[in-house]
Design a protein around this ligand. Structure first.
Ligand SMILES: Cc1cc2nc3c(=O)[nH]c(=O)nc-3n(C[C@H](O)[C@H](O)[C@H](O)COP(=O)(O)OP(=O)(O)OC[C@H]3O[C@@H](n4cnc5c(N)ncnc54)[C@H](O)[C@@H]3O)c2cc1C
Length: 417
């Protein structure tokens, strides 16, 4: 039996990671204790901060900032409008690209910063070369060692398109496996947490950010919190589809329907706050959008989407034409999908291919759930017991479907020979 998955429009995922640091006035160091000429030189005590460092956002970026600041001795207040930590990462895969790690060495992979930088620069679009080189050479100590020292466990590596070596490190529990240890460390370091609190304003005094204005989501109370420095780690803007369209990458037309699979609070508030502090904003159109979006079956007519991974499928446009190599990677498939009539495509799978479908989110790991909520959902999937019935159900010419399936079957038999 053949099933047809209709992936109707690209799914827009968080990309514009804006973690702008708005430096406030550093607190004056305390007056040093009087010393005599004969006394041995004492190390200067760390400055006593009158006001805390405020970090807005308890996602991966905000937790990392809070852990670092608290580890360096600062008093840190971490504010999030959500009721829980983790932000977007709790629904993400949590894979981290790193270079020269023990996980790679355990499977006898040789990887070097030079090789990684070459791959990333060749595959990345408009990549910032200095940043790529820095990341490639520092990801082992600054990311891998830092995360594993906090208790993050990496279970293996996967090779992603554009990489000559497997570098995408997986954690045991996806994104949650990444942020939960950070959160535990933040607690251990005494970071003060303020959940269910919305930051709606920066307090700026003579051009310096000196605090924030917040409103409690549960109690409705307005508060003013003074700060030595304020760090914006409020994530991207991909759950505000108007902003997504305003900042759509140049050169490709957005489809009629765009879905978001981003964290629900990724609405770009930090961008407005950063503007208020006259921060420079750049590369706003560098969105990470994907082509294999599937309307979320819980709200099929809504704006939410899921990233479907359909490894063994043939993609046809609504005229029944195959238009791209399905395995070419998102850099190739995404613009190709956008250029199709209606901006969507149909992914054709047989019964084995349907079983291979996965959803890129930790709460969709159960194949039974995918079967019940996606494969059996007639709003998302059309079925046919033969190619003619399938073509009819999908509204595409039967001869084209037959030809596409024949070409693919021939090429996969040739590969097997
Ligand atoms: C399905 C999926 C899979 C993904 N897989 C990967 C992957 O494998 N590897 C990878 O590197 N990336 C992946 N990503 C992207 C990655 O998850 C995000 O880029 C990352 O988690 C963003 O972290 P962040 O801390 O910058 O922002 P967020 O996680 O969005 O955190 C921002 C926090 O700020 C809070 N906030 C926002 N505004 C305010 C305000 N005004 N007041 C108070 N609080 C506020 C929010 O509530 C939120 O908790 C994936 C994304 C998705 C959707």
């Amino acid at each position: 039996m053949l099933a047809l998955l209709m992936l109707r429009s690209p799914l827009s995922l968080a990309a514009a990671l804006l973690a702008a640091a708005c430096g406030g006035a550093p607190a004056a160091p305390p007056t040093p204790a009087p010393t005599t000429a004969a006394a041995p030189a004492k190390a200067t005590p760390p400055p006593v901060l009158q006001d805390p460092i405020i970090v807005i956002g308890a996602g991966a970026a905000g937790l990392a900032a809070a852990v670092e600041a608290a580890g360096a001795g600062a008093r840190v207040v971490l504010i999030d409008r959500s009721t829980v930590f983790g932000g977007h990462a709790v629904v993400a895969d949590g894979g981290v690209a790193m270079v020269g790690t023990p996980v790679q060495q355990a499977v006898r992979l040789t990887d070097t910063p030079a090789l990684a930088a070459e791959d990333l620069l060749a595959w990345g679009q408009d990549a910032d070369e200095a940043w790529v080189r820095r990341y490639a050479s520092r990801s082992r100590p600054d990311v891998y060692d830092w995360l594993t020292a906090m208790g993050v466990e990496f279970t293996g590596v996967t090779q992603m398109p554009g990489n000559r070596v497997a570098r995408y490190h997986r954690t045991r529990e996806g994104g949650l496996g990444l942020v939960a240890p950070m959160y535990r460390n933040a607690l251990a370091l005494g970071v003060e947490l303020r959940f269910s609190e919305d930051v709606n304003d920066l307090i700026i005094d003579e051009g310096r950010v000196v605090g924030v204005r917040t409103r409690g989501i549960r109690d409705g109370r307005d508060r003013m919190r003074r700060a030595t420095a304020v760090i914006l780690a409020t994530g991207g803007f991909e759950s505000d589809l108007e902003r997504v369209r305003q900042n759509w990458p140049r050169g490709v037309t957005p489809p009629d329907r765009v879905l978001t699979g981003s964290g629900r609070n990724s609405r770009g508030d930090g961008i407005d706050l950063a503007r208020q502090a006259r921060a420079g904003l750049h590369r706003m159109d560098h969105q990470w959008n994907i082509a294999t979006g599937l309307p979320d079956p819980r709200t099929p007519d809504g704006e939410r989407g899921l990233e479907a991974v359909v490894p063994r499928s043939i993609w046809l446009n609504r005229l029944g034409r195959r238009f791209v190599d399905e395995n070419a990677g998102v850099r190739v498939t995404y613009p190709a999908v956008l250029h199709q009539p209606g901006g969507y495509f149909l992914a054709i799978v047989d019964a084995d291919g349907a079983r291979a479908l996965t959803i890129a989110a930790p709460d969709w790991g159960d194949a039974g759930r995918i079967d019940r909520e996606v494969l059996q959902n007639s709003l998302l999937v059309a079925r046919g017991n033969d190619l003619r019935a399938l073509a009819r159900a999908a509204g595409i010419p039967s001869a084209r479907l037959r030809r596409a399936v024949a070409v693919l079957t021939a090429s996969s038999s040739a590969r097997r020979c």
